[in-house]
Design a protein around this ligand. Structure first.
Ligand code: G3H
Ligand code: 13P
Ligand code: ZN
Length: 316
């Protein structure tokens, strides 16, 4: 089957208490590792591409890799999504290139401006049967092209449920990323993790059935953090979102869970391990291969946390 948008996935996810994993991809090995897990677990999938991924790999290479995944797996619903699009022009370009979902992230702009730019993207995307995710409130953390608020300020920038409701009604976006206390990257909390589940609950009362998106959802798995630190890396203070918090959110209105850091850490941990244990190794297949396997196993585990294993068929 060709690429799909997220409408059916989110409808089923909301109804049946799970979320679809949205995994960031930058190259072939990451995509293959994710695909192996998805096929083994029979789960629906969102592959997401950031501005940084586009610049790193080149869009035609990435799209070609994804098209192979789609062609080889007709029983799996796969959506290609632009992660954190920051301008109308970038979103338009992705719609024109065949993405089935785009995110316009104007969350740093004042409310009225965020509504206006989101509405403009929605009008263009919907004309081409592409769905739109938008964001209100702000996350913390810094990635290459996504700069959030400082750790100290996260609590001040949580999504306001009334504003979120007005935003959805005014902009017409198909799903909404909400700030509930998470950040991008590997350093999400300095002490006990706390998420604002009341924000999700309040929005879902005001907008019944409406799909919410959780960004910054990596768990920073101990296994990979320990390997990285053991084999010459330096991430002692890394801390992610506890998996029981993710499981709780997906039973509520959260239908899409974004994961990038856990993929990066799995790949990095295995490469570091090979380099440390076999210093004479110089065949990229011998370290990228174990990295790809680690991504597969990690994603398989995640799909169960998200409760979307076995749900591919009902999302077709
Ligand atoms: O939310 C941001 C994603 O983790 C993508 O990060 O811009 O470094 O590719 P990136
Ligand atoms: P993590 O950094 O927690 O993996 O979040 C990724 C993300 O939200 C991409 O949009
Ligand atoms: Zn994000």
């Amino acid at each position: 089957m060709p690429l799909v948008d997220t409408k059916k996935m989110f409808k089923m996810a909301y109804k049946n208490g799970y979320a679809v994993g949205a995994f960031n991809v930058n190259n072939m090995e990451m995509t293959q590792g994710i695909m192996e897990a998805i096929v083994e677990e029979k789960a629906p999938l969102i592959l997401q591409i950031s501005r940084g991924a586009r610049e790193y790999a080149g869009m035609s290479y990435l799209m070609a890799i994804i098209n192979v995944a789609v062609k080889e797996n007709p029983d799996i619903p796969i959506c290609v999504h632009l992660d954190h699009g920051d301008t109308f022009e970038l979103c338009k370009q992705c719609v024109d290139e065949g993405f089935t979902s785009v995110m316009i992230d104007a969350s740093k702009k004042p409310f009225e401006e965020n509504v206006a730019i989101t509405k403009k993207v929605v009008e263009y995307a919907h004309k081409h049967n592409v769905v739109v995710e938008a964001e209100i409130g702000q996350l913390g953390g810094i990635e290459e092209h996504v700069v959030g608020v400082s750790m100290e300020d996260i609590a001040k920038h949580l999504t306001d449920p009334d504003q979120a409701t007005d935003f959805v009604k005014q902009s017409g976006c198909d799903s909404l990323a909400v700030a509930i206390g998470t950040s991008h990257g590997a350093y999400k909390f300095k002490s006990e993790p706390k998420l604002a589940f009341d924000v999700i609950e309040k929005i879902s009362k005001k907008l019944p059935g409406y799909p919410l998106v959780m960004h910054g959802s990596s768990s920073v798995l101990k296994e990979f953090k320990d390997l990285i630190n053991k084999y010459g890396g330096k991430m002692p203070d890394a801390m992610g979102v506890p998996e029981d918090a993710i499981s709780k959110a997906v039973k509520m209105a959260v239908c899409k869970v974004n994961i990038d850091t856990d993929l990066r850490m799995a790949l990095t941990a295995k490469i570091r391990q090979v380099f440390a244990e076999k210093p004479a190794e110089f065949d990229p297949r011998k370290y990228l291969g174990p990295g790809r396997d680690a991504i597969r196993d990690m994603v398989k585990h995640k799909l169960r946390v998200l409760n979307c294993n076995g749900k591919a068929a009902e999302c077709l």
